[in-house]
Design a protein around this ligand. Sequence first.
Ligand code: V47
Length: 377
Amino acid sequence: MMPDLSQPVIDDPRLLPVLEKVRRRERLSYDDGLALYRSPDLLAVGYMANLVRERLHGNVTFFNVNRHINPTDVCVASCKLCAFGKKVRDPKAYTMSLEDVWARAAQGVSEAVTEFHIVGGLHPELTVDWYCEMLRGLKQRFPQVHLKAFTMVEIAYFAKRFKLSAEEVLRRLRDAGMDSMPGGGAEIFSERVRRIICDHKIDGGEWLEIAAMAHRMGIKSNCTMLYGHIENEEDRADHLVRLRAVQDETGGFVTYIPLAFHPDNTPLEHVPKTTGFADLKNIAVARLLLDNIPHIKAYWVMMTPKIAQVAQRFGADDIDGTVVEEKIYHDAGAETSQGLRRGELLRLIRAAGREPVERDTAYNRVERSESTFEILV
Ligand code: V47
């Protein structure tokens, strides 16, 4: 008998109830999340995630033109997951002066850049005025560029160190020019795992509380999950369901980014690197569980451009940006280049059969002529 080609091929019968829910547009449960994570049937999981992705975004893949700035790698925390942070007296540590930050922002910047992504370590000596001055100086010099700055972890540290409430810290930074916040520092919310990989960081509940506080103040943010270290499927499904619960309340998460753990130069160096299978699975399960977060980003820096491209058919609708000078992953052994040219991003997206759309941080379309594409960045 001829197979029914109008039906998806599902090899794993445990996924059939999930497929039914996806078809009926019903919310998936934590247990569904576990079934998806545990299933070897990547194509079936990807098929469902792609269905949802196309319902939301059609054939479009978003990218942006951004630059990462890491003003300091000095960090009081010693997280086992991290190869970036250094102690303040470490001769290899760096802290930029304000002029350095502004000059770095200007390097190679053309009017093409629409976003600065700014994160650093938890520095024990910088002041709140220094951070505000940094933002004000950037806004003054690059008024058209969106400042996506500081993780929830940095906000909690600033509050403690500057003896201010987290709300007051957010208010001051927002008034100085912070437009939105990146999604880093969430790692994995499971306390058991957190105690091992990032003992010195705020706990998952605090991370979520600060995110919700920022959202209530009108500051949007992204969210992330670090996977591929010592966490298990339960930890991953729990993390996603907890993000979804906050999003039900605030609606402030714009994009979710699964971050593959890079073990090189960290105390967890013995942990093997993630596989392409795991990378695609994490994109697809997120698209299916996070029914209230608009965008899923396949961050090419950590997944490699090739996997990030394939991910555009496994639930992702975003591939991040040109990035330029990424440090956190490259200190941890990422072998990808430190930046991609806009033309290369376009080529990857088109070769996946998707329509590239340049966006700003708020996902407004950025219109440029093809000839501008060729000459800029
Ligand atoms: O907060 C640190 C993680 C994050 C390692 O919001 C590591 O648009 C893997 O948050 N291996 C920084 N991961 C990156 C980040 C991010 C990236 C791109 C876009 C956005 C966004 C956010 O990377 C850190 C931490 O969670 N990290 N060390 C490591 N060895």
